[in-house]
Design a protein around this ligand. Structure first.
Ligand code: URA
Length: 247
């Protein structure tokens, strides 16, 4: 494709895993210089894009990076991350089998809750990740990711945890499986038991046939996108992709 031109979408079913991974890297380079949330952009150390297998069947979506994640540029590396990893190991999976991301890619100062405007600013990155990784099962961790991906701000995790449902998110249908956030389970023993029991259902969900996909949209024409190209050009020399783990 000539420089300065960029295909905006693939005909459904067309992109290979390699093409999707390359596109994911482009989204990462774009996110790594994002300033859509001026406060977060000025207080963060790193943009925590997400990490893991770019072609994973199982994707986890947490809330936002904490202090450790902000330092290291990798999601779930603190205490909650250790618990997540332990629970994964208990069902025979490694971190490298899955992709882990968050609703927000930047740490809210003082670990405050994400603001609605920040979620709004950041959600395109998550939706692109879901579209490009093509997971079959998406496990939302806690309220923020559950509410965002179910597009229902009024139903919380206490009611929804452990209940699988097929949801169309962007162009794809996935099995959405809300569970408690591991950070909550660190402090409450009964939540840990519930989280472990919900986790134990993941192998069965992964063994199900993939959900039926909606009819593909018409392929979009090739279009000039000067702003986006410039943003990606600018970002080309940005931080190393080793932060992404397995690309
Ligand atoms: N909690 C989250 O929601 N995400 C992280 O990356 C770490 C802790």
């Amino acid at each position: 494709m000539p420089r300065g031109r960029r295909r905006r979408g693939y005909p459904r079913g067309m992109p290979t895993a390699d093409e999707r991974r390359e596109e994911l890297k482009a989204v990462y380079r774009q996110a790594s210089v994002c300033t859509r949330c001026p406060q977060l952009a000025s207080t963060r150390q790193t943009v925590v894009f997400g990490s893991g297998n770019a072609d994973a069947d199982l994707m986890f979506v947490g809330e936002a990076p904490g202090a450790n994640e902000d330092k290291q540029g990798v999601p779930f590396v603190g205490q909650a991350g250790k618990l997540l990893e332990q629970l994964l190991n208990e069902i025979g999976l490694q971190r490298s089998d899955v992709f882990i991301a968050n609703v927000l890619k930047c740490r809210p100062p003082g670990n405050r809750d994400p603001l609605p405007q920040e979620i709004d600013n950041c959600q395109d990155y998550l939706f692109r990740q879901l579209e490009l990784i093509e997971p079959r099962v998406v496990c939302t961790l806690g309220n923020f990711s559950t509410k965002l991906l179910r597009a229902d701000p009024s139903t919380g995790i206490t009611r929804l945890h452990g209940r699988e449902e097929v949801r169309v998110i962007g162009p794809r249908a996935v099995r959405l499986f809300p569970i408690y956030h591991p950070a909550a389970a660190l402090y409450t023993r009964s939540l840990l038991d519930t989280l472990r029991a919900d986790f134990a259902r993941l192998p069965d969900l992964l063994a199900l046939d993939p959900p039926r996909q909606p009819e593909p949209p018409e392929p979009e024409p090739i279009m000039e996108e000067p702003e986006l190209v410039e943003e990606i050009e600018e970002a080309r020399e940005e931080p190393s992709e080793s932060q992404l783990g397995l690309f």
